[in-house]
Design a protein around this ligand. Sequence first.
Ligand code: PMP
Length: 367
Amino acid sequence: DPKQVINFGAGPAKLPQAVLLQAQKELLNYSGTGISVLEMSHRSSDFTKIISKTESLLRELLNIPENYKVMFMQGGGSGQFSAVPLNLIGLKKDRCADYLVTGTWSAKAAKEAEKYGKVNIVHTKLDSYTKIPDPSSWTLNPSASYVYYCCNETVHGVEYNFIPETNGVVLVSDMSSNFLSRPVDVSKFGLIFAGAQKNVGCAGVTVVIVREDLLGYGLKECPIVLDYKVQAEMNSLYNTPSCFSIYIMGLVLEWIRSQGGSNAMEILNKQKSSMIYDIINASDGFFVSSVDEACRSRMNIPFRVGKNKGDDALEKEFLDGASKLGMISLKGHRSVGGIRASLYNAVTLEDTEALAAYMKEFLKEHQ
Ligand code: PMP
């Protein structure tokens, strides 16, 4: 019975049931138009309403100041690894950017940026992605065009619980995997981007929120579809956007609003993640999280099973048992192994309780 499945996938991830039902209801005939959003012109008045409503929901839920543009782009989070330097590394003449590299995703972003300018990693290289180097040890370059960090490292489960201080240098953040899972003060950022397929929708669209005064510094070789100035001026309609993904995002944002917005999401996400971390912490080393307590992610919880920091056979047994109970996509990322539970907004308290109960049972059986 598909209703019994609980999806702990890291992305694309679970969507709220209410959103799926609404999309199903509207699939063949959207709001009396007689056609599906899948078939609708991106220049039609119906789609214009969808995209403007999605933008205003984002503005409302994140309290986005007036002097920021909101764009719906394609190319995923990875597209932004290129778009950020292509548009912003020219902000200052040195063409230099500061990067914090605290996991797979910021490492990839830094590597991509090297194609377009000088990249300065502001801290000593980490042997393992299990902590955030102390800000007092960072060597920020005052003439950098921007400082970049990944707010939640999806693979390693490392999340920033603070906003880095950059002494006036433009701050850029990849919030793909914790977007709208908690409130955020947008005014502290030059740019925020987030792929939709974790907390706010399905794959195909990436939200970019950028301060207006940063537009117009793009390198001349910037592909036009990645050009923030062009996309901002054209309200994301320079070319055909991911219409259906934008529509789904609008439905998810309405759902988030109906649940109480980003404050309510934060309360729920704290509750869910502590439930799992408490079990890990109380397991006497049977479940192992190697991430510093100060930066353990509320969204992605990677852990190993077995006293020797992970035992392949036990982990297989854990995954097989989970799958018998309908709990899927718990396998850790191939680069770190073990287990990873992703607890995005749409994963309910009950879903998390089911995982918690299973972990306790598994612990009892193997102790
Ligand atoms: N940044 C983060 C934090 C991610 O988790 C991911 C994807 N898992 C990406 C960027 C890349 O996104 P995409 O696959 O949409 O390019």
